[in-house]
Design a protein. Structure first.
Length: 125
């Protein structure tokens, strides 16, 4: 079995990058994806993780507001098989959708990318 997820959206914050103990670069960033139009529009936040050269490129060229097209795999919570569920500071529950990027396509020219993400409100994670 195999699955593939493709999303288009904007980065909700700058890329966070780190290295594994073996020296492999890992970058993470939230992407706001709009679902629907007009009054029915809602924003879905997806936390994206990129590895190795893809992580390096994301860290170098992407910033908050950058538009991206990402192809990868959805990561399920190992215990539930669904999105990761968490408790917010205000006591309400939330869910985090996560994916591992196989390919990240930058959709902005060098002069673009300064726009705010399409999402409304705070990033939930």
């Amino acid at each position: 079995m195999w699955h593939q997820l493709t999303i288009v959206g904007r980065l909700g914050r700058d890329v966070e990058s780190r290295f594994t103990p073996d020296g492999v670069q890992v970058s993470s960033f939230p992407v706001a994806v709009n679902d629907g139009f007009g009054e029915k529009k809602k924003t879905i936040w997806i936390r994206v993780t990129a590895w190795r050269k893809t992580a390096e490129n994301c860290n170098e060229y992407l910033k908050k507001g950058s538009r991206v097209l990402i192809t990868g795999t959805l990561q399920a919570d190992p215990q539930t098989g669904g999105p990761r569920v968490f408790d917010r500071n205000d006591g309400t529950s939330g869910a985090s959708f996560e994916m591992t990027a196989q390919q990240v396509t930058f959709l902005d020219s060098k002069a673009e990318g300064q726009a705010s993400p399409d999402g409304d409100g705070d990033i939930p994670f």
